[in-house]
Design a binder for this molecule. Structure first.
Ligand code: SF4
Length: 260
């Protein structure tokens, strides 16, 4: 029987040889991702930058150093966390990923989620956020929590954003500081024994007044409290936004076949 390590190695080999989109023409190295395959937390960024492209590893530049600092502030080490990106190859000039590139690469991320089965997914930046929070603004929902597919999804700013906007540094530190509590809640969920959550404060400097309900409804997953010994109550799923169904595959892409 194939092990999870063998499945990951096969996936990484396929990513490194992938030519499903035009980024294969300009990359130096594809960057599949790295980290323990039994990690409880998965951090998903946007795409490799110049340093990542050179080394074939995610988050190894200045943003990576800040990510390590943020994790340390949450009492976590980088070695405890699985780290990857929406795109596995660097867009030239660090431009934004194109929709067709995201679609072409999306199955690799789905396979990584299946392999690692993290309890908590931290999306870093708006492109990974959009997988679970379509049509949302990161300035409004950063630090909030949504339950999807039995895990907790937490959108946060990309660490690189704080390198350009110094005021986001403390925002990111505050959001990461909530990770231990969020992880505890996710562990309780995975045990089928959800515990009352300590209500965290709303993200700093965010004013929800006058915003449509959908802009704030994902703040905190409703967690049912059960008396000792009683079976856990069901956790109502968030009403919206729904997980966006996968769109049609671009005609130039091929079916990614792994683990046959
Ligand atoms: S689909 Fe992903 S891995 Fe394949 S070439 Fe495009 S960005 Fe790279």
């Amino acid at each position: 029987m194939i092990t999870v390590e063998e499945r990951a190695a096969e996936l990484y080999d396929v990513v490194r040889a992938c030519r499903l989109c035009a980024l294969a023409e300009t990359r130096t190295n594809a960057v599949p991702g790295e980290g323990p395959l039994n990690a409880e937390i998965m951090c998903i960024g946007e795409a490799p930058g110049v340093n990542e492209d050179r080394q074939g590893r995610p988050f190894v530049g200045a943003a990576g150093n800040f990510l390590s600092e943020l994790l340390a502030a949450a009492g976590l080490s980088r070695e405890q966390v699985y780290i990857c990106n929406v795109l596995k190859c660097r867009p030239p000039g660090n431009r934004d990923p194109l929709p067709g590139e995201i679609e072409a690469c999306s199955e690799y991320l789905d396979l990584q989620l299946d392999l690692v089965e993290p309890l908590v997914v931290v999306t870093l930046g708006r492109f990974s956020m959009a997988k679970w929070f379509p049509q949302q603004a990161i300035s409004r929902i950063h630090g909030s929590v949504k339950e999807a597919d039995g895990r907790l999804i937490v959108p946060m700013y990309h660490p690189a954003a704080a390198l350009h906007q110094g005021n986001l540094r403390q925002v990111l530190l505050d959001d990461f500081a909530r990770l231990p509590d969020i992880l505890e809640r996710a562990r309780a969920m995975s045990r089928g024994n959800p515990e009352p959550a300590v209500a965290p404060p709303a993200p700093a400097a965010i004013d929800f007044r006058g915003e449509p309900e959908s802009a704030m409804m994902d703040e905190d997953v409703p967690v049912a409290s059960s008396p000792p010994g009683a079976p856990p109550e069901a956790i109502p799923a968030p009403a919206q936004p729904p997980v966006q169904p996968a769109g049609p595959r671009p005609p130039e892409t091929e079916q990614i076949r792994l683990f046959d």
